[in-house]
Design a protein around this ligand. Sequence first.
Ligand code: NCD
Length: 428
Amino acid sequence: MSVQQSFLRDAMRKLNLTREAFAGRIGVTRRALDSWLLPIESQEFRSMPEIVERFTSEILQSSALEVNTQSVHHVISPAPISFEGRPQLISVEQFSRESAEALFRLADIMQPIARRQKISRVLEGAVLGNLFFEASTRTRVSFGAAFCRLGGAICDTTGFTFSSMAKGESIYDTSRVISGYVDAMVVRHPEQGSVAEFARATNIPVVNGGDGAGEHPSQALLDLYTIQREFSRLNRVVDGMHIVFVGDLKYGRTVHSLVKLLALYRGIKFTLIAPPSLDLPSHILEQISKNGNVVEHTSSLTSGLIGADVVYATRVQKERFSDESFEGYTPEFQINKALVDASCRPDTLVMHPLPRDSRAGANDLSTDLNHDSRLAIFRQTDNGIPIRMAIFASLLGVDNQVAHSMRDAAWLPPRYIGPDDAIFHGID
Ligand code: NCD
């Protein structure tokens, strides 16, 4: 993304305005604004006149907002991410709305690197320890890729079998030992609270890559970032949105983190659709029923989906419970094209943290929506890279150096990453 785009996106976020309303506020046409927000490589991309930049900065200033965006050339870092006084990311509860959005601003700056137009070496010489004691594809690889794209290197260990934990080594010892080898750690572990234990045993940055049925903060941040970017295109804001969560809300840690983050906004309507044995834990329910947010439970997918701005489907976390409690998860809980066509609008977003179980009879998010632009799952996974780069840059204190460190990439990436992506070209 160009500096111009991150400047404009940030201004819209700060003023909490839709594109339409923002265009009106700065006195330009929606069409002009859209052309300034397009990717630079798009034929319709236009440079924003300097006077618009100046005027927008004045509006931000007079709105008495923290003026991080005074100039498109001046980048100010997000508030430090801190857990018990250390630069670590364990829970979304460490964020305020402002600090989450400051991280999104940094993620916007990372976009040209994530899209392979630019390279940066701000983490040259740094080593990441990727410690995954549970199955993972995207979280482990995307944290690794994010660190590499900033110039760092990776060491990793996967599963208990080949780690010394199989010999009875404690979390404390493992964490302390690894801290002597690497400069940051990402940890995924099946026990809730375990990553905080890793974090307390070291002073190096630790990121929670998923602690049992606890939290998955980086996933929730990339989910909210995706919602904001998609909403900007669809002329909506997060405040007042209607989001429907479907599936395993009891053990789904991505849901736990995302509902808590969304509860930082105002007037959100949460519709929860889960079999009774897989309902959202009551302590989280209490946490999110604030700021005028409304929580509604239903067992009917067809009626629950009506009016949804976002449908967030999840996989049943079978690995976390015995089979009996799984009863009640019937095909009625499957999100597929027929259901989305019948109950949702043409601009409802369908999200999922992935992986989805694509085996026959799994009742997870269907693949028949793959050619439907409402399906945002691969925009979510793509956004995992800039968000995770932003997390590392912030935790390792190089956030201010990124914008000036970028050089053109020497190789040519494919025009569209996925075979179905052409239909999305230009939508952001
Ligand atoms: C999720 C997880 O591990 O919590 N996946 C992910 O990291 N994106 C969801 C899941 O496994 O169902």
